[in-house]
Design a protein around this ligand. Structure first.
Ligand SMILES: [Fe+2]
Length: 343
């Protein structure tokens, strides 16, 4: 199987994984035929890509990192809290299940295609930031208790947007000065919403308050610098930026994972803490399994497996000869690199 942008899927192709709607209901079963009508309907309701089975990706399995239904449940509960129909305490068991899910995966390498979950559902982004943050926390060696706090902060980081007018949040072009000043209040609003909740740790609340602070002092709300920003604030900044960059926005298409990683690496110790970026780069894939790439020698190939200690050089399969090429371990290929993503 592989993940393909919905615009590139040929009618008649089979779906490789069940497709869940926002409330966890199965919309389409595994192996369903994707007809023209179905593809158009999925596009209309916001799907941007799907897992499909085709000849190129034959034999490739992509395991779930986080149970898709659990991720959707967290997002749905978060939406209920923001709309005033749910409470944060009820959310905690779901958060701890997600965190334990991540902890149980040894040496996790996050496949962002999977986190995208095909659908640009706002509240899924918040859940993604939680998942990315916990993955960074694991690389930093944090205890389970602190990982739980970190996951909570990640998932709730933008909860203060509840008090920002929708016409500002959804504005498809650049905000003016006053609108931006309003947006800048959301970390403080979020912190205030959590202040009296004893089940939420202080470090999680601080993370929410500081997720837009930047290492060089250029962030908000307080313009804190370097280690004046709490560890959780510094982690959330990286996870949030990466997730935002790799998502479609009304005014631009998503950046590729490789472009977002390059941007973050280039901003180490100016906007972000370089130690956090270093750990982060070890827990995400730049070329997710099933990505079709062109090598610098012109060979076209599909990614079969990633190495967490060498994210730029995965194991690939030549599309023509079906021969496997291990870019990390095969010495014959030491001077060959991935030139671009194709298809
Ligand atoms: Fe935010």
């Amino acid at each position: 199987m592989r993940f393909l942008s919905i615009d590139n899927i040929i009618p008649g192709t089979r779906l490789a994984k069940p497709l869940y709607g926002v409330q966890g209901i199965v919309l389409l079963r595994e192996n369903a035929e994707l007809t023209d009508v179905i593809l158009n309907r999925l596009k209309e309701i916001g799907y941007t890509g799907l897992y499909i089975e085709d000849e190129i990706s034959e034999g490739i399995q992509i395991p779930d990192i986080i149970d898709e239904k659990l991720r959707l449940e967290a997002a749905y509960r978060l939406e209920s809290i923001v709309n005033g129909n749910g409470n944060i305490a009820e959310m905690m068991p779901v958060i701890s299940e997600i965190v334990d899910n991540i902890i149980s995966k040894d040496n996790i390498v996050l496949n962002m295609n999977q986190l995208r979950g095909h659908h640009e559902y706002t509240y899924l982004h918040c859940v993604n930031v939680g998942i990315l943050s916990v993955s960074i926390g694991i690389k930093l060696g944090l205890t389970r208790e602190r990982l739980l706090n970190l996951g909570t902060a990640g998932i709730l980081h933008d909860i203060g947007k509840k008090y920002i007018p929708l016409e500002i949040l959804d504005k498809p072009w650049k905000l003016d000065y006053e609108e931006f000043e309003t947006i800048k209040k959301h970390p403080t609003f979020g912190y205030e919403m959590l202040t009296d909740l004893h089940e939420i740790a202080k470090e999680a609340k601080l993370g929410v308050l500081q997720h837009h602070e930047r290492y060089d002092g250029s962030g908000y709300p307080k313009g804190l610098k370097a280690h004046e920003i709490s560890l959780f604030g510094r982690i959330l900044a990286v996870a949030d930026t990466y997730d935002a960059m790799t998502s479609d926005r009304a005014y631009r298409n998503a950046f590729l994972p490789s472009e977002a990683v390059e941007y973050l690496m280039g901003s180490g110790n100016s906007l972000y803490d370089s130690e956090i970026i270093d750990k982060f780069s070890k827990c995400i894939t730049v070329y997710p399994i099933g990505t079709c790439v062109e090598l610098s020698n012109g060979i076209k190939a599909i990614v079969l497996e990633n190495y967490s200690d060498c994210i730029l050089r995965p194991l690939v399969r030549d599309l023509q000869t079906r021969e496997q090429i291990d870019l990390k371990n095969n010495n014959e290929y030491y001077n060959i690199c991935i030139a671009k993503i194709i298809m």
